[in-house]
Ligand binder design. Structure first.
Ligand code: URA
Length: 202
């Protein structure tokens, strides 16, 4: 028997199969279903979230729960076609803790994001999007390799070494945690950020 490492995934289907069995970090070892990106293999825009949530883990698809509804509405308002974008996550498994109310989301650590980055980079190398929209700090860290300053860096084009343009904005789940005037203000900033991405896409 050969002890050689298995060949690196060459296609998005291979990648999805490989990620499904990934146990390289404690989140992967927690026994939940891995959620792979979805959308065209040649999408001009890649949208990166943090990690699948409870709904996504059950459905096996990214952004199908409450945060996905916020994202869908904002994309539609900005004139960005979700179906034409590649939607994916910085971390592929759902980090959570059990509670009487259900599985509670836990933020992945920088080390876990950095570990899981390998999958995102492989997906990026295959899709080669011209624009990347990072939703929140975990997504931006996964692209930049450092913790971003969301307020200072959001809404402006950031050139990446491979020629793509990164856009950073808040995570839609952040909007859901706000109320009243604070939510309205953040919703407007989110809409403004997405409008800039839409203009960048041309
Ligand atoms: N939040 C994320 O960051 N990603 C998802 O896929 C769903 C919710």
């Amino acid at each position: 028997a050969s002890s050689a490492a298995p060949p690196a995934p060459q296609t998005l289907d291979d990648l999805a199969q490989a990620v499904a069995t990934c146990r390289r970090c404690p989140i992967g070892a927690n026994g939940t279903r891995a959620v792979m990106g979805e959308g065209p293999a040649d999408a001009a825009l890649m949208i990166v979230g943090e990690q699948p949530g409870d709904h996504e883990e059950r459905a096996g698809r990214p952004f199908v729960g409450p945060a996905g509804a916020v994202l869908n509405a904002a994309l539609a308002q900005a004139g960005i076609d979700r179906a034409a974008a590649r939607i994916t996550n910085a971390v592929r498994h759902f980090k959570h803790t059990p509670s009487p109310k259900g599985r509670l989301h836990q933020t992945p650590s920088p080390a876990e994001i950095d570990h899981c980055r390998w999958w995102l980079e492989a997906e990026r190398a295959m899709v080669r999007p011209r624009h990347i929209l990072a939703l929140g700090a975990s997504a931006a860290r996964a692209i930049l390799g450092r913790t971003p300053n969301i307020m200072a860096e959001r809404g402006q084009p950031i050139p990446l070494p491979d020629g793509a343009t990164l856009w950073i904005t808040a995570h839609p789940a952040h909007l859901l945690r706000l109320e009243g005037a604070a939510r309205a203000a953040e919703q407007q900033r989110f809409a403004d950020d997405l409008a800039r991405v839409a203009r960048g896409l041309g």
